[in-house]
Design a protein around this ligand. Structure first.
Ligand SMILES: N[C@@H](CCC(=O)N[C@@H](CS)C(=O)NCC(=O)O)C(=O)O
Length: 339
């Protein structure tokens, strides 16, 4: 009897899991668009929108990559701008299919908040922006200062932890939006502004005179940023995970948006044949067309192309790859095999 009950329970999980698993893909297919949650106010380099409503940026490119894989068309994305406070509810309630909004993978978000995190697309850490002439250079110099920090973020929690651990006093100016905080910092209401270093690089460009401000060397946390989906849809989770891995693998194999068609014809490497769907079975196991990852690479590019387009040396940000290099170059980006 007990065995029968366990069997029924297992079957119920499988059946409900399958129903949920189909749901996101089916919804995306029937509306012919992926709804992607991105930064609301615009984070230069990561997610910005121009007057004509065109979105661009590193996070935006991963939204486009998901659409290329699922719908065969990177332009089939509906963007939803989300503040730090709104983002998790939007994902939990199904307002967005996937959240790609400079969001840190933490244990609480992975468990209690009901998110599943795809591989980290940008390894980051929290830092501080200060005026170059302030004399503030180290964490200890922040003792007795006023610091602008956004609520609903890991930023606020890390700041409290690190200042307390080091016995440093500070006054926090807190807001749930970053624009007013950045303006307050620019007006001199706070001595320092703190967020992820990628955010500092981006937001420094929005200050009246960026050259007056420096990012301190100190990094006070780990901020692995990447896409997330909601619990309960393993198929869609797998797809988003492997869309990211496909961009890593393509860089590793030297496959770019420019050469992917040639590689597809000439390659003798079975790993590449499986990735690009020349041998279709492994990509089809995701419930996707065999050319899904080919479309990602062709339409959006490999990881290096995405990085360089948005954050590389030819952009105003010129962020060194560092940990965000492929493991073959000593970084942390590593794709498991397609097999
Ligand atoms: N990575 C951190 C911080 C994310 C975050 O919200 N950062 C701020 C400062 S860069 C931001 O994006 N603000 C823009 C907004 O809320 O519209 C987290 O996941 O909590």
């Amino acid at each position: 009897m007990r065995k029968l009950i366990s069997l029924i329970a297992v079957l119920a999980i499988i059946v409900s899991g399958t129903a949920l698993a189909q749901a996101t893909i089916e919804q995306i297919e029937s509306r012919d668009s992926v709804i992607c949650g991105v930064n609301a106010t615009g984070l230069p380099g990561f997610a910005t929108v121009d007057e004509s409503g065109n979105y661009a940026g590193f996070d935006v490119d991963f939204c486009r990559a998901v659409a290329a894989a699922v719908l065969g068309d990177a332009s089939k994305v509906t963007y939803r701008g989300l503040s730090a406070g709104e983002r998790f509810t939007a994902l939990q309630t199904g307002e967005v299919d996937v959240l790609i909004r400079n969001t840190t993978w933490t244990s609480n978000r992975d468990t209690a908040l009901g998110l599943n995190f795809a591989p980290t697309t940008f390894y980051d850490g929290q830092g501080f922006l200060v005026r170059g002439n302030s004399g503030i250079e180290t964490l200890d110099d922040l003792d007795g200062t006023t610091i602008c920090v956004q609520s609903g973020t890991t930023t606020e929690l890390n700041l409290a932890d690190v200042m307390n651990a080091n016995g440093l006093e500070y006054e926090a100016i807190i807001n749930e939006q970053s624009d007013p905080l950045l303006a307050a910092y620019d007006d001199g209401a706070c001595d320092a502004y703190t967020t992820d270093k990628s955010g500092l690089v981006a937001q420094r460009t929005q200050l009246r005179d960026p050259s007056e401000h420096v990012i301190m060397d100190a990094t006070i946390s780990k901020e692995p940023l990447g896409p997330s989906v909601r619990h309960g849809d393993d198929q869609f989770f797998d797809i988003v995970k492997w869309v990211v891995f496909a961009t890593f693998a393509a860089e590793e194999y030297g496959i770019t948006s420019e050469n992917v068609d040639d590689v597809m014809i000439s390659t003798q490497d079975s790993n590449i044949k499986r990735l690009l769907g020349v041998e279709p079975e492994k990509v089809e196991e995701f419930g996707l067309s065999a050319d899904a990852f080919y479309q990602v690479i062709k339409q959006v590019g490999n990881y290096a192309e995405i990085y360089n387009r948005n954050l590389g040396p030819d952009t105003p940000f010129d962020v060194p790859r560092g940990l965000n290099s492929s493991y073959v170059d000593g970084g942390l980006l590593y794709s498991p095999p397609v097999r």
